[in-house]
Design a protein around this ligand. Structure first.
Ligand code: COA
Length: 415
């Protein structure tokens, strides 16, 4: 079966997490992704957080499926020529080096355009143009600079970063969208263009609702769905909202049966307005459905703490899965707090290909997250990540190099 991005060739100059997330998605959609790595060393994540000695780490294998790996020393003059040949053959160059690294290598936008005017050059950087544009950035820096950390956690505690890699994987996703959009525009213009996804911008985009709240706070001095209301105080900036729901339907995380020993025996419970009467019935507080102090969303806002405490008295009598089953019967929105262990073992996620078992020649079998985006005409087949330089000869031959030339370049340390 054909794939959505069949025929698209990606020169993948990415490393660590943000860039590899992007090119892995493009590979899953059918692009031929040629990952260029430093000879002898490769992407630094190959050796980071290793669980098996001398074997590519899960960090690397889980971010580099369906790619080919070639090793080129791009600072070697002959290596540069190989890279030039690749630039001429590919549609997109994706990179997430520190600012200026590609220029220092001699591959400025102008030079790349000379070599291939159709080339799309896509970059992840920590920051866009401005005071921090030259900074190196990792995930948590982006979470802090993009507004996520100041709005995450509890009011009486410090800022908190989230486990979701919104700075790295989040920005990789943004970049992938920029790339396919630029590819589409190229079908009309015939020209390449630069695509930039800054991690601060990507995180801020995902924190859009918090900038909404900043302006609401400035206008009205309060936000009634925040746990600070009605007894706490609001300062000048959006406060941390604990587990309050980001939208207009109040929610909170509540204990379930077993919480004393199981750190994940919790459920997220949303007191959605249309099902309020059903919630009252389920928890045995039928009178709240008609009591003017509780009957409307506005009347409930000053009592949210008490309301959730009462609901929790009920959820603590059920496991999170029992509570889910009962609440779902009444269309009451809720969600179990699932541990990574539970997710890894969930059969439905295996069935859809969201969790996939992959076999690797040196690692053996491991679990990975498959393509979260499902296309009906372009199914994803998750293939293992490449070993370092596994495809150097194959790709060099496709570029027109003879076995003798390949050997000579290898002897010269260019590949
Ligand atoms: N052959 C020869 N040299 C190579 C090479 C190759 N195949 N591939 C990379 N290099 C060199 C580069 O030319 C550069 O050298 P230079 O500093 O002399 O110009 C160097 O390796 C790459 O460096 P850099 O990107 O600075 O790596 P780092 O490990 O010091 O920093 C980051 C890592 C992630 C902090 C940095 O790359 C960065 O800020 N990237 C942008 C933001 C980002 O994506 N962050 C999230 C990462 S998940």
């Amino acid at each position: 079966m054909s794939k959505a991005l069949d025929g698209v060739r990606i020169l993948d100059f990415t490393h660590v997490q943000s860039g590899p997330t992007c090119t892995q998605l493009l590979a899953w959609f059918g692009a031929d992704v040629i990952k260029v790595e430093r000879a002898g060393a490769g992407d630094i994540t190959r050796e980071q957080l290793r669980d098996i000695p001398d074997v590519d780490s899960l960090y690397f294998t889980m971010l580099n499926h369906n790619k080919r790996s070639v090793t080129i020393d791009t600072k070697n003059p002959e290596g540069k020529l190989v890279l030039e040949a690749l630039i001429q053959k590919c549609d997109v160059l994706v990179e997430n080096f520190a600012p200026g690294a590609l220029d220092r290598m001699g591959f400025t936008w102008e030079r790349i355009q000379e070599l291939n005017p159709r080339m799309i050059v896509a970059s992840v950087k920590g920051f866009g143009p401005g005071p921090y544009e030259d900074c190196k950035v990792y995930e948590n820096v982006a979470q802090c600079a993009g507004g996520a950390a100041s709005t995450t956690g509890f009011d009486d505690g410090p800022p908190v970063v989230t486990g979701a890699q919104i700075g790295d994987s989040g920005t990789g996703l943004h970049l992938a969208l920029g790339i396919v959009t630029a590819l589409y525009q190229r079908t009309q213009t015939g020209r390449g263009q630069k695509v930039l996804a800054a991690m601060q911008d990507g995180v801020l985009n995902l924190c859009r609702v918090k900038l909404r709240d900043q302006q609401r706070l400035e206008r009205t001095g309060t936000m009634k769905e925040y746990p600070q209301y009605p007894n706490g105080t609001f300062g000048e900036a959006v406060p941390r909202a604990g587990n309050a729901s980001g939208g207009g339907q109040p929610g909170w995380i509540l204990k379930c049966k077993g919480w004393e020993t199981d750190p994940n025996a919790y459920i997220y419970f949303i007191t959605q307005a249309p099902v309020w009467a059903k919630i009252c019935n389920v928890i045995g507080k039928e009178e709240w459905a008609t009591d003017p102090n509780y009957a409307t969303p506005a009347a409930r806002l000053p009592h949210l703490k008490d309301i959730f405490a009462e609901i929790e008295r009920w959820t603590m009598t059920k496991t999170k899965f029992e509570a889910m089953q009962i609440l779902n019967k009444y269309d009451i929105p809720c969600g179990p707090i699932l541990s990574m262990k539970e997710i890894a073992e969930e059969p439905s996620l295996r069935k859809t290909g969201t969790i996939v078992e992959v076999d690797h020649p040196t690692r053996g079998k491991y679990l990975t997250v498959g393509n979260p985006i499902k296309l009906s005409d372009s199914p994803t087949e998750v293939k293992r990540s490449p070993l370092l330089g596994e495809h150097t000869d194959e790709v060099m031959a496709e570029l027109g190099y003879s076995p003798e030339q390949i050997n000579a370049l290898r002897t010269a340390g260019a590949i």
